[in-house]
Design a protein around this ligand. Structure first.
Ligand SMILES: [Zn+2]
Length: 304
C-alpha cells in the first residue's frame, strides 16, 4: 500500500546540505508514470504536485491522489513520494487535507497580508493535526508578463509566516510562471539571501522551468530547497509528440501508429528524460547515498 511522505525531513536535509528536490506537476496518468519512473530510476525522493486546474481536468483531487497512490503500487515505487497541492486556495487546501494529501500549498498572495496570514494559520492548524506539511507564498511570482517578474517577497513577511509555522516558504524573487520573456532581469539573489539568512525553513522556487542552470544552482546554494518544474515537461512532451506527428508515424497503419499508447509514448519518455536531467541540475542525491551517509554517521558515533 502506497505511503505518502510529508517531505519535511526531505526538504530540511536539502536545505542543510545545499541541494534541492524537484516538485513536478502532474497532468494525467502518463505524466504521473513518467515522474514516478524518473524518481525510481534515479533512486531520488520526489514531490508530485497538482494545480487546481490540472485537478479539475483530471476529475478532482481524489482521483489525483488515487492515481498517484495506485501507480506507486503498480510500479513498485520504493523512493519517498510527497503529494502536494500546488497553489491551493483556502477551500481546495482544506479539501486536500481532508483527503490525505501529504502536503498542501496555500497561496494567499493575492489577499491582504493580514488575511493571507490568518488563513495560512488556519490551514497550518488543520494540516499539522494530521501530519501534513504546509507551503505558503509571500511576494508575487510573475505570470508570463513583465520582464521584472512579479513582486519581491519581504524579509519581514518571511519571518512572520515562518513564526506562524509554515514548513516551506515560496518567495517572489523575480521568478515567473511559464516561459521567461526576453529581457527578463534574472533572480534577485540579494533578496533571496536576506530571506534565507532570516528564516531557517526550506525555500521554494516557483517557475523553475527556463531559469538558466547557473542561476538555479546559485539559488540552491543560497537556500532554495524545492524547485517547481511544470512548463519544462510540457515543452518536452510537446516537442517529442510533434516529432512523432511530423514523421507521420501516426499514419503508419501497419504498426498501429494511431494507437494512443503509441502516440503518447515519445512525449511520456521525454518527460522522464527531462526530469532526470533536472535531478542532475538540482543535485538531488539518491536515497541510497543518503542511507550510506546516515549509516556512516551512526558508526562514527558508536566509535566515540
Ligand atoms: Zn507556482
Amino acid at each position: 500500500m502506497a505511503y505518502l511522505d510529508n517531505g519535511n525531513q526531505i526538504f530540511k536535509d536539502a536545505r542543510k546540505n545545499h541541494y534541492a528536490v524537484g516538485a513536478y506537476n502532474t497532468n494525467n496518468l502518463e505524466w504521473t508514470r513518467a515522474i514516478l519512473r524518473a524518481a525510481e530510476e534515479t533512486r531520488t525522493p520526489v514531490l508530485i504536485q497538482v494545480s487546481t486546474g490540472a485537478a479539475k481536468y483530471m476529475g478532482g483531487y481524489k482521483i489525483v491522489k488515487d492515481i498517484v497512490e495506485d501507480t506507486m503500487d503498480s510500479m513498485n515505487i520504493s523512493v519517498p513520494v510527497v503529494l502536494n497541492l500546488d497553489h491551493g486556495d483556502f477551500e481546495s487546501a482544506k479539501e486536500c487535507i481532508a483527503l490525505g494529501y501529504s502536503s498542501v500549498m496555500f497561496d494567499g498572495h493575492a489577499l491582504p497580508t493580514d488575511e493571507n496570514l490568518a488563513k495560512t494559520k488556519e490551514i497550518i492548524k488543520l494540516a499539522h493535526e494530521r501530519g501534513i506539511s504546509v507551503e505558503a507564498e509571500i511576494g508575487k511570482i510573475g505570470e508570463n508578463q513583465g520582464a521584472d517578474g512579479g513582486e519581491l517577497a519581504s524579509v519581514e513577511d518571511a519571518k512572520t509566516f515562518v513564526a506562524a509555522g509554515v514548513d516551506k516558504l515560496a518567495c517572489g524573487i523575480g521568478n515567473i510562471h511559464g516561459v521567461y520573456p526576453e529581457g527578463w532581469k534574472g533572480l534577485n539573489f540579494d533578496r533571496l539571501k536576506e530571506i534565507a539568512d532570516a528564516v531557517p525553513v526550506p525555500l521554494v522556487l516557483h517557475g523553475g522551468s527556463g531559469i538558466p542552470e547557473d542561476q538555479v544552482k546559485k539559488a540552491i546554494s543560497l537556500g532554495i530547497s524545492k524547485v517547481n518544474i511544470n512548463t519544462e515537461f510540457q515543452l518536452a512532451f510537446q516537442g517529442a509528440t510533434r516529432k512523432y506527428f511530423e514523421a507521420h508515424k501516426d499514419e503508419d497503419k501497419a504498426n498501429k501508429g494511431y494507437d494512443p499508447r503509441k502516440l503518447l509514448l515519445p512525449g511520456t519518455e521525454a518527460i522522464t528524460d527531462a526530469m532526470k536531467e533536472m535531478i542532475g541540475w538540482l543535485g538531488t542525491p539518491s536515497i541510497d547515498e543518503e542511507l550510506k551517509n546516515a549509516a556512516f554517521d551512526r558508526s562514527s558515533l558508536n566509535e566515540e
